[in-house]
Design a protein around this ligand. Structure first.
Ligand SMILES: [Zn+2]
Length: 86
């Protein structure tokens, strides 16, 4: 049986990336982070193999905006930290 990712394919990127898209993308990367299991890394939100569709979409949007992997990781960590405080 095919994985859901293979059936649905990639999510489309917005034609123009707005500030709101960047917020959604950052949230997607932070919420759909990897969780280590004995069988390998899975998305801690939907249990799909990591990186899941939404995580990949978020990375593509943020990369298109010129952010490096390191910057994205820092922003996702800050997003998670702000969620814990609120
Ligand atoms: Zn996910």
């Amino acid at each position: 049986m095919k994985r859901i990712d293979e059936v649905l394919g990639e999510l489309t990127l917005p034609a123009y990336t707005t500030a709101e898209d960047v917020c959604f993308a950052l949230r997607a990367v932070a919420v759909h982070a990897a969780e280590q299991w004995p069988g390998g890394a899975v998305c801690r939100n939907d249990r799909a193999p990591h990186p899941c569709r939404l995580h990949r979409w978020g990375l593509r949007v943020l990369t298109d905006r010129g952010l490096s992997g390191e910057q994205i990781a820092e922003m996702a960590a800050a997003f998670e930290a702000s969620k814990v405080r609120s």
